[in-house]
Write a protein that binds this ligand. Sequence first.
Ligand SMILES: C[S@@+](CC[C@H](N)C(=O)[O-])C[C@H]1O[C@@H](n2cnc3c(N)ncnc32)[C@H](O)[C@@H]1O
Length: 446
Amino acid sequence: MNTDSALKKRLMSYARDDRDYWSFRGKAVREHAHAYLQYPAMMVPQMQGELIKVIREFAPGIKKVYDPFVGSGTVMTESMLQGLDFVGQDINPLAVLICQTKKGPFFEKALHKKIETLLNIIAEDSSHHIDIDFPNIFKWFRHDTSVELSRIRRAIRLETSIWSRRFFWVALAETVRLSSNSRTSTFKLHIRPSPEIHERNISPVETFKNIIQNNLVKLSEIKKLLGEKGFLEKSKFRGTIDIKLADSAKSPLSPNHNKDRFDLLVTSPPYGDNVSTVPYGQYSYLPLQWIEKADIDSITDDSFLSTTHEIDRRSLGGIRNAAIEASGELTKISKTFSQTIKSLREEPRDRTIRVSAFCRDLNKCIDPILSALNPGAYMAWTVGNRRVGKRTIAMDKILSEFLLARGAIKIVTLNRVIPSKRMAVKNNISSTMRMETILIFKKGNS
Ligand SMILES: C[S@@+](CC[C@H](N)C(=O)[O-])C[C@H]1O[C@@H](n2cnc3c(N)ncnc32)[C@H](O)[C@@H]1O
Protein backbone atom coordinates (compact mmCIF):
# COMPACT_ATOMS: atom_id res chain seq x y z
CA MET A 1 0.00 0.00 0.00
CA ASN A 2 1.44 3.41 -0.87
CA THR A 3 1.79 6.20 1.71
CA ASP A 4 -1.30 8.13 0.60
CA SER A 5 -3.53 5.07 0.85
CA ALA A 6 -2.04 4.17 4.21
CA LEU A 7 -2.67 7.70 5.50
CA LYS A 8 -6.23 7.58 4.19
CA LYS A 9 -6.82 4.24 5.84
CA ARG A 10 -5.46 5.47 9.14
CA LEU A 11 -7.48 8.71 9.16
CA MET A 12 -10.64 6.81 8.26
CA SER A 13 -10.03 4.15 10.87
CA TYR A 14 -10.65 6.63 13.71
CA ALA A 15 -14.10 7.49 12.39
CA ARG A 16 -14.89 3.81 11.85
CA ASP A 17 -14.29 3.07 15.54
CA ASP A 18 -15.97 6.26 16.71
CA ARG A 19 -18.22 8.08 14.22
CA ASP A 20 -17.68 11.32 16.10
CA TYR A 21 -13.93 10.98 16.49
CA TRP A 22 -13.01 14.16 14.59
CA SER A 23 -15.61 16.17 16.51
CA PHE A 24 -13.47 15.89 19.64
CA ARG A 25 -16.65 16.13 21.67
CA GLY A 26 -15.86 16.77 25.32
CA LYS A 27 -12.16 17.06 24.50
CA ALA A 28 -12.31 20.47 22.88
CA VAL A 29 -10.78 22.40 25.76
CA ARG A 30 -8.84 25.61 25.22
CA GLU A 31 -5.91 25.51 27.58
CA HIS A 32 -2.65 27.43 28.14
CA ALA A 33 -1.78 29.86 25.30
CA HIS A 34 -4.93 28.88 23.40
CA ALA A 35 -6.97 30.70 26.05
CA TYR A 36 -5.29 34.14 26.18
CA LEU A 37 -8.12 35.75 24.25
CA GLN A 38 -11.46 34.82 22.71
CA TYR A 39 -11.27 35.01 18.93
CA PRO A 40 -14.24 34.11 16.72
CA ALA A 41 -14.50 30.63 15.19
CA MET A 42 -11.37 29.20 16.79
CA MET A 43 -10.48 25.67 15.78
CA VAL A 44 -10.35 22.81 18.24
CA PRO A 45 -6.67 22.61 19.23
CA GLN A 46 -6.70 18.90 20.04
CA MET A 47 -8.17 18.08 16.63
CA GLN A 48 -5.60 20.11 14.71
CA GLY A 49 -2.81 18.67 16.87
CA GLU A 50 -3.97 15.13 16.16
CA LEU A 51 -4.16 15.77 12.42
CA ILE A 52 -0.59 17.07 12.39
CA LYS A 53 0.59 14.12 14.46
CA VAL A 54 -1.03 11.50 12.23
CA ILE A 55 0.13 13.12 8.99
CA ARG A 56 3.69 13.30 10.34
CA GLU A 57 3.69 9.56 10.92
CA PHE A 58 3.32 9.17 7.16
CA ALA A 59 5.55 12.08 6.21
CA PRO A 60 8.24 12.15 8.90
CA GLY A 61 10.27 14.74 7.00
CA ILE A 62 7.77 17.50 7.85
CA LYS A 63 9.59 20.44 9.44
CA LYS A 64 7.59 23.49 8.53
CA VAL A 65 3.85 24.13 8.75
CA TYR A 66 1.90 26.89 7.04
CA ASP A 67 -1.47 28.43 7.94
CA PRO A 68 -2.55 31.23 5.56
CA PHE A 69 -5.67 31.97 7.69
CA VAL A 70 -3.94 31.78 11.03
CA GLY A 71 -6.61 33.51 13.18
CA SER A 72 -5.77 33.11 16.85
CA GLY A 73 -2.94 30.70 16.06
CA THR A 74 -4.45 27.36 17.05
CA VAL A 75 -2.41 25.55 14.40
CA MET A 76 0.66 27.59 15.34
CA THR A 77 0.65 26.53 19.00
CA GLU A 78 -0.11 22.91 18.07
CA SER A 79 2.83 22.99 15.63
CA MET A 80 5.10 24.40 18.33
CA LEU A 81 4.02 21.59 20.67
CA GLN A 82 5.34 19.18 18.05
CA GLY A 83 8.59 21.12 17.66
CA LEU A 84 7.80 22.30 14.14
CA ASP A 85 8.65 25.57 12.42
CA PHE A 86 5.65 27.62 11.44
CA VAL A 87 4.56 30.49 9.21
CA GLY A 88 1.13 32.04 9.56
CA GLN A 89 -0.61 35.02 8.10
CA ASP A 90 -3.90 36.80 8.50
CA ILE A 91 -5.54 39.94 7.21
CA ASN A 92 -6.75 40.89 10.67
CA PRO A 93 -4.15 42.76 12.79
CA LEU A 94 -5.75 41.48 16.02
CA ALA A 95 -5.14 37.88 14.89
CA VAL A 96 -1.52 38.76 14.11
CA LEU A 97 -1.07 40.31 17.56
CA ILE A 98 -2.46 37.21 19.29
CA CYS A 99 -0.09 34.96 17.36
CA GLN A 100 2.91 37.24 17.97
CA THR A 101 2.12 36.94 21.67
CA LYS A 102 1.45 33.20 21.71
CA LYS A 103 4.74 32.39 20.02
CA GLY A 104 6.71 33.62 23.08
CA PRO A 105 9.29 34.26 24.44
CA PHE A 106 8.22 32.72 27.73
CA PHE A 107 10.13 34.87 30.22
CA GLU A 108 7.80 34.06 33.04
CA LYS A 109 9.75 35.56 35.97
CA ALA A 110 10.56 38.77 34.13
CA LEU A 111 6.94 39.07 33.07
CA HIS A 112 5.79 38.56 36.64
CA LYS A 113 7.87 41.58 37.72
CA LYS A 114 6.82 43.64 34.73
CA ILE A 115 3.16 42.99 35.52
CA GLU A 116 3.72 44.18 39.09
CA THR A 117 5.35 47.37 37.84
CA LEU A 118 2.63 47.87 35.24
CA LEU A 119 -0.18 47.48 37.77
CA ASN A 120 1.58 49.94 40.15
CA ILE A 121 1.89 52.52 37.39
CA ILE A 122 -1.80 52.10 36.55
CA ALA A 123 -2.77 52.45 40.24
CA GLU A 124 -0.76 55.66 40.61
CA ASP A 125 -2.14 57.27 37.47
CA SER A 126 -4.91 59.69 38.46
CA SER A 127 -5.16 61.48 35.13
CA HIS A 128 -8.58 61.78 33.52
CA HIS A 129 -7.13 62.28 30.09
CA ILE A 130 -8.55 60.05 27.36
CA ASP A 131 -5.69 59.04 25.13
CA ILE A 132 -7.43 57.94 21.99
CA ASP A 133 -10.07 59.31 19.73
CA PHE A 134 -12.13 57.79 16.96
CA PRO A 135 -15.59 58.42 15.55
CA ASN A 136 -18.33 57.62 18.10
CA ILE A 137 -15.90 56.81 20.88
CA PHE A 138 -18.52 57.71 23.50
CA LYS A 139 -21.12 55.57 21.84
CA TRP A 140 -18.90 52.54 22.36
CA PHE A 141 -17.27 53.45 25.69
CA ARG A 142 -18.51 55.18 28.78
CA HIS A 143 -16.42 58.19 29.83
CA ASP A 144 -15.24 56.54 33.08
CA THR A 145 -14.38 53.34 31.18
CA SER A 146 -12.32 55.35 28.67
CA VAL A 147 -10.43 57.02 31.51
CA GLU A 148 -9.44 53.65 32.98
CA LEU A 149 -8.60 52.13 29.60
CA SER A 150 -6.38 55.17 28.93
CA ARG A 151 -4.50 54.59 32.19
CA ILE A 152 -3.82 50.99 31.16
CA ARG A 153 -2.78 52.03 27.66
CA ARG A 154 -0.40 54.73 28.98
CA ALA A 155 1.24 52.27 31.34
CA ILE A 156 1.70 49.66 28.62
CA ARG A 157 3.35 52.22 26.36
CA LEU A 158 5.98 52.84 29.07
CA GLU A 159 7.11 49.21 28.92
CA THR A 160 10.35 48.92 26.95
CA SER A 161 10.30 45.36 25.60
CA ILE A 162 8.01 44.57 22.72
CA TRP A 163 7.32 40.96 23.78
CA SER A 164 5.86 42.12 27.09
CA ARG A 165 3.99 45.01 25.51
CA ARG A 166 2.34 42.49 23.16
CA PHE A 167 1.42 40.29 26.10
CA PHE A 168 -0.13 43.35 27.77
CA TRP A 169 -1.96 44.47 24.59
CA VAL A 170 -3.64 41.08 24.30
CA ALA A 171 -4.92 41.40 27.88
CA LEU A 172 -6.07 44.94 27.09
CA ALA A 173 -7.87 43.70 23.95
CA GLU A 174 -9.85 41.22 26.03
CA THR A 175 -10.52 43.96 28.63
CA VAL A 176 -11.87 46.25 25.90
CA ARG A 177 -14.12 43.50 24.61
CA LEU A 178 -15.59 42.98 28.08
CA SER A 179 -15.90 46.63 29.05
CA SER A 180 -17.14 48.33 25.87
CA ASN A 181 -20.80 49.18 25.31
CA SER A 182 -21.06 46.52 22.61
CA ARG A 183 -22.76 43.27 23.54
CA THR A 184 -20.47 40.32 24.21
CA SER A 185 -23.13 37.86 23.05
CA THR A 186 -22.43 38.51 19.37
CA PHE A 187 -19.34 39.02 17.21
CA LYS A 188 -21.00 42.03 15.60
CA LEU A 189 -20.81 45.52 16.99
CA HIS A 190 -24.16 45.75 18.66
CA ILE A 191 -24.84 48.46 21.20
CA ARG A 192 -26.33 47.56 24.58
CA PRO A 193 -29.55 49.30 25.63
CA SER A 194 -28.87 52.67 27.26
CA PRO A 195 -30.09 51.79 30.80
CA GLU A 196 -27.88 48.72 30.78
CA ILE A 197 -24.84 50.81 29.74
CA HIS A 198 -25.37 53.22 32.62
CA GLU A 199 -26.13 50.60 35.23
CA ARG A 200 -23.25 48.28 34.40
CA ASN A 201 -20.72 48.00 37.14
CA ILE A 202 -17.47 47.21 35.38
CA SER A 203 -13.96 48.41 36.11
CA PRO A 204 -11.55 47.96 33.19
CA VAL A 205 -8.59 48.12 35.57
CA GLU A 206 -9.91 45.29 37.73
CA THR A 207 -10.86 43.28 34.63
CA PHE A 208 -7.41 43.83 33.15
CA LYS A 209 -5.72 42.73 36.41
CA ASN A 210 -7.63 39.46 36.41
CA ILE A 211 -6.97 38.78 32.73
CA ILE A 212 -3.28 39.54 32.87
CA GLN A 213 -2.76 37.42 35.96
CA ASN A 214 -4.68 34.52 34.42
CA ASN A 215 -2.74 34.89 31.19
CA LEU A 216 0.52 34.70 33.13
CA VAL A 217 -0.64 31.37 34.56
CA LYS A 218 -1.47 30.24 31.01
CA LEU A 219 1.97 31.34 29.81
CA SER A 220 3.56 29.31 32.56
CA GLU A 221 1.49 26.27 31.49
CA ILE A 222 2.53 26.44 27.83
CA LYS A 223 6.12 27.12 28.89
CA LYS A 224 6.08 23.98 31.01
CA LEU A 225 4.67 21.87 28.17
CA LEU A 226 7.19 23.14 25.64
CA GLY A 227 10.03 22.81 28.16
CA GLU A 228 9.15 19.19 29.01
CA LYS A 229 9.29 18.33 25.33
CA GLY A 230 12.72 19.98 25.01
CA PHE A 231 11.48 22.66 22.61
CA LEU A 232 12.69 25.65 24.61
CA GLU A 233 16.10 27.23 24.81
CA LYS A 234 16.52 30.03 27.33
CA SER A 235 12.72 30.31 27.50
CA LYS A 236 12.39 30.82 23.75
CA PHE A 237 10.93 28.36 21.26
CA ARG A 238 13.83 26.58 19.52
CA GLY A 239 12.26 26.61 16.06
CA THR A 240 11.30 29.50 13.82
CA ILE A 241 7.92 31.12 13.89
CA ASP A 242 6.98 33.82 11.46
CA ILE A 243 3.67 35.70 11.59
CA LYS A 244 2.64 38.19 8.96
CA LEU A 245 -0.16 40.64 8.37
CA ALA A 246 -1.01 39.74 4.79
CA ASP A 247 -3.75 39.02 2.32
CA SER A 248 -3.50 35.36 1.38
CA ALA A 249 -5.19 36.05 -1.94
CA LYS A 250 -2.21 38.16 -2.96
CA SER A 251 0.79 37.42 -0.98
CA PRO A 252 3.78 35.70 -2.49
CA LEU A 253 5.30 34.68 0.81
CA SER A 254 8.82 35.94 0.54
CA PRO A 255 11.13 36.85 -2.32
CA ASN A 256 13.08 33.63 -1.89
CA HIS A 257 10.25 31.37 -0.91
CA ASN A 258 11.31 28.66 -3.33
CA LYS A 259 13.86 27.53 -0.83
CA ASP A 260 11.61 28.26 2.13
CA ARG A 261 8.60 26.23 1.05
CA PHE A 262 6.39 24.39 3.51
CA ASP A 263 6.00 20.68 4.08
CA LEU A 264 2.47 20.82 5.47
CA LEU A 265 -0.54 23.11 5.25
CA VAL A 266 -3.09 23.08 8.07
CA THR A 267 -5.73 25.76 7.88
CA SER A 268 -9.36 26.80 8.23
CA PRO A 269 -10.45 29.60 5.91
CA PRO A 270 -13.60 31.59 6.67
CA TYR A 271 -16.94 29.93 5.83
CA GLY A 272 -18.08 32.83 3.69
CA ASP A 273 -17.80 36.60 3.50
CA ASN A 274 -17.35 38.09 6.96
CA VAL A 275 -20.44 40.27 6.82
CA SER A 276 -22.86 37.40 6.45
CA THR A 277 -20.93 34.78 8.44
CA VAL A 278 -18.38 35.73 11.10
CA PRO A 279 -17.47 39.45 11.21
CA TYR A 280 -13.88 39.06 12.49
CA GLY A 281 -13.22 42.70 11.63
CA GLN A 282 -16.16 44.18 13.54
CA TYR A 283 -15.17 42.00 16.46
CA SER A 284 -11.64 43.43 16.40
CA TYR A 285 -12.53 47.06 15.70
CA LEU A 286 -12.87 48.31 19.29
CA PRO A 287 -9.88 46.44 20.80
CA LEU A 288 -7.64 47.61 17.95
CA GLN A 289 -8.49 51.26 18.69
CA TRP A 290 -6.69 51.00 22.04
CA ILE A 291 -3.62 49.08 20.90
CA GLU A 292 -0.39 50.65 19.63
CA LYS A 293 -0.47 49.58 15.98
CA ALA A 294 3.30 49.82 15.56
CA ASP A 295 3.63 46.95 18.05
CA ILE A 296 1.77 44.62 15.67
CA ASP A 297 3.95 43.61 12.77
CA SER A 298 5.34 47.21 12.66
CA ILE A 299 2.09 48.57 11.24
CA THR A 300 2.39 52.18 10.14
CA ASP A 301 -0.83 52.47 8.17
CA ASP A 302 -3.98 52.09 10.22
CA SER A 303 -6.45 52.55 7.38
CA PHE A 304 -7.91 49.14 8.32
CA LEU A 305 -9.70 51.06 11.07
CA SER A 306 -11.13 53.69 8.70
CA THR A 307 -14.62 52.24 9.26
CA THR A 308 -16.07 49.53 11.48
CA HIS A 309 -16.30 47.33 8.36
CA GLU A 310 -12.93 47.90 6.72
CA ILE A 311 -11.19 44.71 7.91
CA ASP A 312 -14.25 42.70 6.86
CA ARG A 313 -14.22 44.48 3.48
CA ARG A 314 -10.57 43.47 2.95
CA SER A 315 -11.25 39.86 3.94
CA LEU A 316 -12.31 37.09 1.54
CA GLY A 317 -15.54 38.04 -0.23
CA GLY A 318 -15.56 41.56 1.20
CA ILE A 319 -15.42 43.36 -2.14
CA ARG A 320 -18.45 42.58 -4.24
CA ASN A 321 -17.56 44.59 -7.35
CA ALA A 322 -17.13 42.51 -10.46
CA ALA A 323 -18.03 39.33 -8.57
CA ILE A 324 -20.56 38.18 -11.17
CA GLU A 325 -18.05 38.74 -13.98
CA ALA A 326 -15.55 36.54 -12.15
CA SER A 327 -18.04 33.74 -11.77
CA GLY A 328 -17.77 32.75 -15.45
CA GLU A 329 -14.17 31.71 -14.88
CA LEU A 330 -15.07 29.80 -11.72
CA THR A 331 -17.83 27.79 -13.38
CA LYS A 332 -15.14 26.32 -15.67
CA ILE A 333 -13.18 24.90 -12.76
CA SER A 334 -15.93 24.01 -10.32
CA LYS A 335 -19.06 22.13 -11.33
CA THR A 336 -20.45 22.57 -7.82
CA PHE A 337 -19.93 26.33 -7.97
CA SER A 338 -21.74 26.40 -11.30
CA GLN A 339 -24.69 24.41 -9.88
CA THR A 340 -24.76 26.62 -6.79
CA ILE A 341 -25.03 29.80 -8.85
CA LYS A 342 -27.80 28.26 -10.94
CA SER A 343 -29.67 27.21 -7.80
CA LEU A 344 -29.53 30.78 -6.49
CA ARG A 345 -31.26 32.22 -9.56
CA GLU A 346 -34.62 32.47 -7.84
CA GLU A 347 -33.14 34.09 -4.76
CA PRO A 348 -32.38 37.83 -4.37
CA ARG A 349 -29.44 38.76 -6.62
CA ASP A 350 -27.39 39.94 -3.67
CA ARG A 351 -26.97 36.32 -2.60
CA THR A 352 -25.39 35.32 -5.90
CA ILE A 353 -23.05 38.29 -5.67
CA ARG A 354 -22.05 37.40 -2.12
CA VAL A 355 -21.31 33.77 -2.91
CA SER A 356 -19.49 34.66 -6.15
CA ALA A 357 -17.31 37.26 -4.41
CA PHE A 358 -16.31 34.82 -1.69
CA CYS A 359 -15.56 31.97 -4.11
CA ARG A 360 -13.63 34.33 -6.42
CA ASP A 361 -11.40 35.39 -3.50
CA LEU A 362 -10.95 31.88 -2.12
CA ASN A 363 -9.97 30.72 -5.58
CA LYS A 364 -7.45 33.57 -5.82
CA CYS A 365 -5.73 32.19 -2.71
CA ILE A 366 -5.13 28.75 -4.17
CA ASP A 367 -2.21 29.50 -6.50
CA PRO A 368 -0.16 31.53 -4.00
CA ILE A 369 -0.85 28.92 -1.31
CA LEU A 370 0.11 25.96 -3.49
CA SER A 371 3.20 27.74 -4.73
CA ALA A 372 4.31 28.09 -1.11
CA LEU A 373 4.22 24.30 -0.58
CA ASN A 374 6.79 21.71 -1.46
CA PRO A 375 5.80 19.23 -4.18
CA GLY A 376 3.87 16.37 -2.58
CA ALA A 377 3.13 18.36 0.60
CA TYR A 378 0.01 17.32 2.48
CA MET A 379 -2.78 19.78 3.22
CA ALA A 380 -5.56 19.69 5.83
CA TRP A 381 -8.30 22.23 5.12
CA THR A 382 -11.15 22.50 7.64
CA VAL A 383 -14.19 24.06 5.96
CA GLY A 384 -17.85 24.62 6.78
CA ASN A 385 -20.86 24.47 4.48
CA ARG A 386 -23.03 27.49 5.21
CA ARG A 387 -26.53 28.25 4.08
CA VAL A 388 -27.49 31.20 1.93
CA GLY A 389 -31.25 31.65 1.84
CA LYS A 390 -32.64 28.15 1.46
CA ARG A 391 -29.51 26.69 -0.15
CA THR A 392 -26.55 24.99 1.36
CA ILE A 393 -23.31 26.19 -0.20
CA ALA A 394 -21.09 23.13 -0.48
CA MET A 395 -17.80 24.91 0.20
CA ASP A 396 -16.09 21.56 0.79
CA LYS A 397 -16.89 20.45 -2.76
CA ILE A 398 -16.14 23.85 -4.29
CA LEU A 399 -12.77 24.06 -2.55
CA SER A 400 -11.99 20.45 -3.53
CA GLU A 401 -12.67 21.30 -7.17
CA PHE A 402 -10.50 24.42 -6.97
CA LEU A 403 -7.65 22.26 -5.67
CA LEU A 404 -8.22 19.43 -8.15
CA ALA A 405 -8.12 21.97 -11.01
CA ARG A 406 -4.52 22.72 -9.95
CA GLY A 407 -3.46 19.09 -9.98
CA ALA A 408 -3.76 18.55 -6.23
CA ILE A 409 -4.62 14.99 -5.17
CA LYS A 410 -7.49 14.19 -2.83
CA ILE A 411 -6.55 11.80 -0.03
CA VAL A 412 -9.70 11.70 2.10
CA THR A 413 -12.61 13.75 3.41
CA LEU A 414 -13.44 13.61 7.12
CA ASN A 415 -16.59 14.98 8.70
CA ARG A 416 -16.98 16.53 12.08
CA VAL A 417 -19.80 18.05 14.07
CA ILE A 418 -18.73 21.29 15.68
CA PRO A 419 -18.94 20.71 19.43
CA SER A 420 -19.63 24.32 20.44
CA LYS A 421 -19.21 27.11 18.00
CA ARG A 422 -19.46 30.04 20.35
CA MET A 423 -22.23 32.45 19.49
CA ALA A 424 -22.69 30.99 16.01
CA VAL A 425 -26.40 30.50 16.53
CA LYS A 426 -26.88 33.99 17.89
CA ASN A 427 -25.23 35.31 14.75
CA ASN A 428 -27.88 33.59 12.65
CA ILE A 429 -25.34 31.28 11.16
CA SER A 430 -27.51 28.38 10.20
CA SER A 431 -27.39 24.90 11.57
CA THR A 432 -25.28 23.45 8.76
CA MET A 433 -22.40 25.58 10.06
CA ARG A 434 -22.34 23.09 12.86
CA MET A 435 -20.93 20.48 10.49
CA GLU A 436 -17.40 20.80 9.22
CA THR A 437 -15.38 18.89 6.70
CA ILE A 438 -11.66 18.25 6.85
CA LEU A 439 -10.25 17.90 3.36
CA ILE A 440 -6.95 16.06 3.24
CA PHE A 441 -5.15 16.77 -0.01
CA LYS A 442 -1.68 16.52 -1.37
CA LYS A 443 0.01 18.94 -3.69
CA GLY A 444 0.95 17.41 -7.03
CA ASN A 445 4.59 16.75 -7.76
CA SER A 446 5.29 19.89 -9.77
C1 LIG B 1 -11.84 30.47 10.60
S1 LIG B 1 -10.74 31.78 10.96
C2 LIG B 1 -9.27 30.94 11.40
C3 LIG B 1 -9.37 30.52 12.82
C4 LIG B 1 -8.12 29.84 13.34
N1 LIG B 1 -7.97 28.53 12.79
C5 LIG B 1 -8.20 29.79 14.84
O1 LIG B 1 -8.28 28.70 15.42
O2 LIG B 1 -8.22 30.85 15.47
C6 LIG B 1 -10.40 32.48 9.41
C7 LIG B 1 -9.38 33.62 9.41
O3 LIG B 1 -9.16 34.01 8.04
C8 LIG B 1 -8.81 35.38 8.06
N2 LIG B 1 -8.92 35.92 6.69
C9 LIG B 1 -10.02 36.29 5.98
N3 LIG B 1 -9.68 36.73 4.77
C10 LIG B 1 -8.32 36.65 4.69
C11 LIG B 1 -7.37 36.94 3.67
N4 LIG B 1 -7.75 37.45 2.49
N5 LIG B 1 -6.06 36.73 3.92
C12 LIG B 1 -5.65 36.23 5.13
N6 LIG B 1 -6.51 35.94 6.12
C13 LIG B 1 -7.82 36.14 5.91
C14 LIG B 1 -9.77 35.98 9.07
O4 LIG B 1 -9.30 37.21 9.53
C15 LIG B 1 -9.79 34.88 10.14
O5 LIG B 1 -8.85 35.16 11.15
